[in-house]
Structure formats: C-alpha cells, structure tokens
Design a protein around this ligand. Sequence first.
Ligand SMILES: [Zn+2]
Length: 159
Amino acid sequence: MDTEDKEILKLYLNKHNFIILPTNNGLYYEPTYERVERALKNFNGSYALALEIQKLYDFYEKKIAFEKCIQLANRMWSYAHPYFPNKVAWHEGCQGWFEIWKEVKTNIFFIECSECSLQFNHPEDIGSSETSEIARDLSVFPTVNEIKDHGWYKYITHT
Ligand SMILES: [Zn+2]
C-alpha cells in the first residue's frame, strides 16, 4: 500500500470511527468512491483489509478491538464493491442480494441477504425453508480463492 492510499484509508476510517488517526495534511475531506476503490485494489477479501486497519491503529498506538476492525473492513469493502461480487441470488421479497460470507471464528461459509440478513447454510438452500438454525457471529467477505476452494464459486451470479 503506497503512502497516498494509506492516507485515503485513514480519511475513510476517520469518517467512520470515533478513534481519529492523524493524517498528513490535516484536512478533512471525504474520499471519493473511485479513490477508496483504488486504495483497496490490493486487498483480497475483507479479512486482509481488517488486518491492515488493525496495523494502522497499532502504528498510531490507538486501541481498537479486532472485531471493530472487521466491521470497518466489511463496511469499506461493501462501499468499494457496490455490485456485490459474491452474490448468488436475488431476494425477491426484500430486494436484496444473497451473498457468500465466512464466519471468522469457525471459517464456516454461509449465505446472508444484504438487506434482511436472512441466512442459509448453503446456496442450494435458498428459497427453501431450510434457513440457518444458528445466527452466525462476526464474519467477513471471503476471497475469490477461498470461495473457489470451498466449491461455491459456481454459485456466484455475474449479472
Ligand atoms: Zn432479504
């Protein structure tokens, strides 16, 4: 990550978190969508981004829970990927996308609707009454390779 990208990341984090990181020019502005997207192009999945966010706060000796870094990373990831790259189906009922997620603590993959948060254990369960019995805990957007290794890449819809 180059210096300018890091500044963009900090500005974006400052906008979304009460722990303010020092920035080079001291000017507050909201990074454009294009700029945030460009700063994030090297991150594959939101877990890698959460690690970078944690590193940034550590560098400035600011205490932040890793859970919070993951929440920030997921929000940023969604902002930089507005077309839902991990989507597998449209949720007709609520106009949301069912997306592939990975629970951090267990590495379990599951499906969740972007709007209503309805969860399924497997893409093939969507539309059935087989909703997930367990509400998943803290989760991330997995990488393309992780999705491929898990055998779920074929379910992704590229529309
Ligand atoms: Zn929904």
